[in-house]
Every structure is written in C-alpha cells, then in structure tokens.
Ligand binder design. Structure first.
Ligand code: ATP
Length: 311
C-alpha cells in the first residue's frame, strides 16, 4: 500500500512556483525523509498534503483515498507535528492533550498511552510553561500520536533543539514505525539526521523533486572515491592522469573518482599496484563513499567539497 501518493502537484504563489510538478510515492511503513534547502517547497508540500492549501494542479491520495473527494476520511489517518509546537502554556501537558482527545472523541486512556510513548508521564501535571523545549517537542509528538494515526507528518521536528535533544528526537522517531505501525513523513534540512533515520528519501529543490528512492539508491548515485597519501603526490597525480585516472590533490592527499561502487575494491587494489610498481610509496589508501551532504549538494547544484578524512 502507498501511504502518500501525489501526481503533478503544483502550487503557485504570486509568481513563485513553490511546488512545481511534485510526484511523491511514500511506501507504507517507511520513514520517509523529505529534504530540501530553505525555501525549497517542503512546508508548502506538507500544507498541501494536509489539505491546508489547495493545489493549482495535481492530485493527492493518502492510503488510496483522494484528498479532494474524501478529505475527512483521508485526513482521519494523519497525525501532524509542526516545527514550532503550539501548546497552551498555562495548562499541564495532560490538559493540553485532553483538549485534542475530546475533539477526536477518544478514550481517556489514549492520553496515558501517548504520554508513555513519548516518555512524558513523569511531567504530565507540570504546566507547559515550565517544560523544556525538548519536552514541548515531545508533547507535540504525543498529540500527533493520539488516535493511533497510520501516517505521521513531522515538519522539521528537531528545529531549535540542542544536540542532545536532536539525538533523542531522532532516536524516538526511528522507533515509531515499529512501535506504532505508522508511516513517518519527516521534513528536514538536517542531512545527517535524515541519513541516520530514514529508509527512503526525496530531495526537493526549487519546488521540484530532484531525487526520490531508497537511502541505498541515493548512496549508489555516485561511485565512491579513492583517497591516498603517497610519496611525491604531484608526480603520482601526473602518473595517474597519464593512466586515464585524473586525481585532485587535497591537503597533501590524492583523491580520484572510482569507476563503480561494485568494482571499487578491485580498482583500488589495481591503482595501488600500479603506483607501487612505478616506485611510489603508499602511506594511506581508503575508499571513501560520498556523504549524504555531498550528494545533496550535487543534487541541488552546489559543488561538493571533497572530504579530507577517510571513511
Ligand atoms: P524552509 O526550510 O525555509 O521552511 P521550505 O522548503 O519549507 O523552506 P516553503 O516554505 O514551502 O519552503 O516555500 C517555498 C517557496 O514558496 C518559497 O520561495 C517561499 O517564499 C514561497 N512561499 C511559501 N508560502 C508562501 C505564501 N503564503 N505566499 C507567498 N509565497 C510563499
């Protein structure tokens, strides 16, 4: 089953194509990372998915239900948390959740369930104004979990959190499909975060999807590089260039792109043999895959920087 499917989604604001022909296909049970730089169209896409904005063109279906024709039914299965969680400051965490619980006509036991899931039970009777930012974010997630939605949409869920809070949130989100059976759609511009939690990813840039697929497909877009340190790097670079393997010199090391991911080890061994055979001493040799950040920068048209550390 496909949790989210969009076809030719288009949203224009006064001359800006904020979302420009977006086709998304989010498989059920995935943690789907929706990545893009600032202004790429992430929030607009999410607002379209939630029926908060009407597209100029295109179609959206959630679990096979068309958002246009069966909005209430389609959105019944969705829980949402926005980047800046809005709570009633003068109420406790429990009281805040109770407002949503009543609106959704859920049993009181739902509050205990979600408070336990986000580990906020111990502060349930504390006023939200005394909550830390991390607790507020978790309370936002708890609200999203009320009623056991099949789809959870989180817009930049770690915004403003410190590194410990970011890690906690990431680890928590990672467990959600298994613990709740929900599909998670999470937008972010924190690349490392998505890299560590998503099973699938779509990259949006200037309103268009520039990549969509499994995390491993994204990594496989480019063959890895070979980094090596040897005696007389300049002479080694011209030797490799003569052998049809142009290398860049970076911080005293040579970096060259390998032909394919599959044959990387064999090719690295050949290069090593050739260099040693030509009289160079090799001090360091490592196959370095592209980081998600480098792949992302390539997808959005910026030049990646070559890492100097070995993978
Ligand atoms: P960020 O990471 O900064 O939140 P984003 O990827 O969520 O960015 P959007 O907020 O969807 O991007 O914005 C996409 C484009 O649409 C931007 O150029 C933005 O200025 C424009 N835009 C968004 N909302 C409106 C609006 N209500 N009126 C006019 N333009 C808008």
């Amino acid at each position: 089953m496909i949790a989210i499917e969009t076809q030719g989604l288009h949203k224009r604001f006064r001359g800006v194509n904020a979302v420009d022909g977006v086709d998304l296909s989010v498989p059920e049970g995935a943690i789907f990372g929706f990545l893009g730089p600032n202004g790429a169209g992430k929030t607009t896409t999410i607002r379209l998915l939630l029926g908060l904005l009407r597209p100029n063109r295109g179609r959206i279906a959630l679990f096979g239900e068309s958002l246009k024709n069966r909005r209430t039914k389609a959105l019944k299965s969705v829980g949402v948390a926005f980047e800046t969680p809005a709570h009633y400051e003068h109420l406790t965490g429990r009281e805040n959740l109770d407002i949503t619980r009543r609106l959704l006509k859920l049993d009181k036991s739902e509050i205990d369930r979600v408070l336990e899931t986000v580990e906020l039970k111990y502060v349930e009777n504390r006023l939200v104004r005394k909550y830390s930012l991390g607790m507020r974010h978790r309370l936002g997630l708890a609200r999203a979990l009320l009623g056991r939605p099949k789809l959870l949409i989180f817009d930049e869920p770690t915004n403003g959190l410190d590194p410990v809070g970011i890690r906690e949130m990431r680890e928590f989100i990672k467990t959600l499909p298994e613990r709740t059976g929900a599909t998670v759609f999470v937008s972010s511009h924190h690349l490392a975060e998505i890299e560590q939690m998503a099973s699938h990813v779509a990259v949006i840039h200037l309103g268009k999807i520039v990549f969509q697929g499994g995390m491993s497909e994204l990594r496989g877009l480019h063959a890895p590089r070979l980094e090596l340190a040897c005696s007389d790097a300049t002479a080694a670079a011209s030797f490799l260039s003569g052998a049809g393997k142009p290398a860049e010199t970076k911080g005293g090391r040579l970096v060259l792109e390998l032909a394919s991911a599959d044959g990387a080890e064999r090719e690295a061994a050949e290069i090593n043999r050739d260099l040693v055979g030509a009289g160079f001493d090799i001090h360091h040799l490592a196959i370095a895959p592209w980081t998600l950040e480098e792949l992302f920068l390539q997808l959005v048209g910026a030049k990646p920087t070559i890492r100097s550390d070995a993978a």
